[in-house]
Design a protein around this ligand. Structure first.
Ligand SMILES: Cc1cc2nc3c(=O)[nH]c(=O)nc-3n(C[C@H](O)[C@H](O)[C@H](O)COP(=O)(O)O)c2cc1C
Length: 377
């Protein structure tokens, strides 16, 4: 039966995040100019509908489980004004959802930019549009100029998560409670909250969070179904230990099993040397170092306190693909690296390419069949 004609159901039935593929895949930031590459190299993603749709369709054809947009309201300056132009993620998710048949579709929502009643309603609408493939990525907002644009005060870091707890509690109540309810929180007061129809997914759509701090980790482990982690080290034993620690933390602290994902950037070449050469070109020659300075400063990364070569490597890593796990080399190497991430314990990885449309197409045509052959899919 077509997903769209199925009645309300457990989310495992319709949401590909629950399929049994060994390594789930996705795209990251296909809704914003530049995608994940902070570079003026020709061919980076433009914020136009045909491009973002082309990426979603390729992902859907490969049955990627997660199409994850980034929530962004302002760019980071420099010659590219990195990520400055882009599509709002709920409306993007609705149209992308209607244009795809398999992939899990995310909206990435900044808590202070949208009232939970509206977020619950929009999420529900997308869940119906997609036949039960909607997922909500909760972000608390670290880029002050964006939050101020909404006339909101930028709260202190941990307080943002306290607000996010209430925000999500209200959304989950709206998604599950049949009768009207009142909610009396510190940040939200809801009188006779009510929402119909309910999302198709039961008990409610998948919720993800990428909190890296102690408070963020508790938020993801306690309230979310998927945690995204940013790797500090790319050494295999460190990566595996990091994933294990996260799972163990969710299990022991909250008795919950959650999925653990990360993000990676792919630089593929005919030889490893070709791939490295292209990396050097788009990062070191064409990188937008002003934008990356602005970005890392905003993130609170103080490059002044690091040895210069460490700061340089870190910024290069951001330019290459939002500081994701680096996958650089031949198509065989790309497959090996994906296998490595699977062995390290990840449930899934969201991917990006510098020349997003062209290079993802090459991945689809040339590399993806090898990923399948390797038993990862
Ligand atoms: C995969 C991934 C996606 C993220 N997406 C966004 C986003 O779209 N918008 C945003 O403002 N922050 C985004 N973030 C930032 C996180 O929400 C979070 O603030 C950051 O990882 C730092 O963790 P902390 O909030 O616990 O300090 C993302 C982080 C990761 C790792």
């Amino acid at each position: 039966m077509d997903a769209k004609t199925r009645p309300d159901k457990l989310r495992e039935a319709s949401n590909p995040l629950f399929n049994n593929r060994k390594l789930k895949l996705g795209t990251f930031c296909s809704n914003l100019s530049g995608g994940c590459a902070i570079s003026s190299v020709e061919g980076t993603l433009e914020a136009n509908w045909p491009s973002t749709l082309a990426l979603a369709r390729m992902g859907d054809e490969m049955e990627f489980e997660a199409l994850v947009p980034v929530g962004r309201w302002k760019g980071f300056g420099g010659v590219t004004n990195f990520n400055g132009a882009g599509f709002e993620s709920f409306s993007w998710a609705s149209a992308i959802g209607a244009s795809t048949r398999y992939s899990g579709i995310f909206a990435t929502s900044h808590v202070p930019t949208i009232h939970p009643v509206m977020a619950a309603k929009q999420g529900t609408t997308i869940d119906h549009v997609t036949g039960g493939r909607f997922n909500l990525n909760v972000v608390t907002g670290w880029f002050k100029p964006e939050i101020e644009m909404f006339g909101e005060e930028q709260l202190e870091h941990d307080t943002r998560y306290d607000r996010a707890i209430e925000w999500l509690e209200v959304i989950k109540l709206l998604w599950t409670r049949e009768e009207e309810f009142d909610y009396e929180g510190k940040f939200y007061k809801i009188k006779k909250g009510w929402l119909q129809p309910k999302p198709l997914q039961k008990p409610y759509p998948v919720v993800m969070n990428a909190g890296g701090s102690e408070k963020g980790r508790h938020y993801a482990a306690k309230y979310c179904d998927v945690a995204f982690i940013v790797l500090q080290s790319h050494n295999f034993d460190d990566v595996r230990a990091h994933v294990d620690r996260y799972r163990k933390f969710a299990r022991e602290e909250y008795g919950r099993e959650i999925q653990v994902w990360t993000n990676a950037y792919v630089v593929q070449g005919d030889t490893d040397a070709d791939a490295k050469k292209f990396f050097d070109y788009y990062v070191h020659e064409k990188g937008d170092w002003v934008a990356v300075d602005n970005l890392t400063r905003t993130l609170g990364i103080n490059a002044q306190t690091m040895p210069p070569e460490v700061a340089l490597a870190l910024k290069a890593h951001f330019i290459a693909g939002w500081a994701g796990y680096p996958i650089i080399g031949t198509k065989e190497k790309v497959v090996d690296e994906l296998a490595t991430l699977s062995r390290a314990g990840f449930d899934g990885v969201i991917l990006s390419w510098a020349k997003f449309v062209d290079q993802m197409r090459e991945f689809q045509e040339v590399t993806y069949p090898l990923v399948v052959q390797a038993g990862l899919r």
